[in-house]
Design a binder for this molecule. Structure first.
Ligand SMILES: [Zn+2]
Length: 263
């Protein structure tokens, strides 16, 4: 297998992992148990692999000359787990099952939170609420709470159990902080991720919702933006601020990749 090259190898961010895989691909190459552990850890670091990448990895690990039976067993177990993850992911792709409610705020809402301006969206902008306690229903209620005096709104909010559409997706909401004529405000759908409750479930729902929005508009993940991309605000902080992440592997890059697996 010495002459073959695999996209998977160059994709590995850690140089020592790339080196271990490159060594394994040589005709006289061997993988140590520690190197196998390192490759496995690194694979999970960038999320669920694609079918193509799974096959690359399977080929590399199956054909690599390993030192002992323990390594061989570990590889087999790992490949089985990877395959199960892949199948689970495939079935998840089939349907959007998250409860989705339309509860639009009226055009008469204070502070022009629903100005009624027509919008042909070109992007989906992701935020997190910066409120560790609020859920989707509470975020929706806040938009029409008489004590709320801010000119700020959003189209979608998602939490551990549901999504709520607060404004029609073809009207302007004020969420991107880039002004009355800013592309973020005037051309993008704003989606708030709640910071409350079960973070893993919430992120799973946010990934599912983002994929649905992209699919509904025939978009790929280049249409996915962070609030940060418009104004450099540290938002969605639960993905881009290491102090706010639940798991350090759950970066913006990770989020984008997870969404891509559902497209
Ligand atoms: Zn934001």
């Amino acid at each position: 297998m010495g002459n073959k090259s695999y996209a998977l190898v160059s994709k590995m961010r850690d140089p020592s992992v790339r080196m271990a895989l490159a060594n394994a691909l040589k005709d006289d190459g061997r993988l140590s148990y520690d190197e196998i552990l390192m490759i496995v850890a690194s694979t999970y670091d960038w999320g669920i692999v694609t079918w193509h990448e799974f096959n690359d990895l399977k080929t590399i690990l199956n054909e690599a000359k390993t030192i002992d039976q323990r390594s061989k067993n570990y590889i087999n177990n790992f490949l089985n787990k990877l395959y199960h993850d892949y199948l689970a992911n495939q079935s998840k792709k089939k349907a959007f099952t998250l409860p989705y409610t339309k509860d639009h705020i009226p055009k008469t809402t204070n502070n022009s939170r629903r100005p009624g301006y027509a919008m042909t969206p070109q992007y989906l902008t992701i935020h997190s609420t910066a409120n560790p306690k609020s859920y989707a229903t509470g975020e929706r209620k806040w938009l029409t709470n008489p004590t709320n005096n801010r000119t700020a709104s959003f189209h979608l909010v998602v939490d551990e159990k549901e999504a709520i559409e607060c404004l029609p997706l073809n009207e302007v909401a004020w969420h991107a902080g880039d002004g009355g004529k800013g592309t973020g405000n005037r051309k993008s759908i704003g989606m708030e991720i709640c910071e409350s409750g079960d973070r893993q479930k919430t992120l799973e729902n946010a990934i599912s919702l983002a994929a649905k929005i992209l699919k509904d508009h025939s978009w790929d993940t280049t249409k996915l933006k962070r609030h940060y991309d418009w104004t450099q605000k540290i938002c969605p902080r639960i993905l881009i601020d290491s102090g706010q992440r639940d798991k350090q592997t759950q970066t913006w890059e990770w989020f984008t990749k997870q969404v891509a697996t559902l497209l």
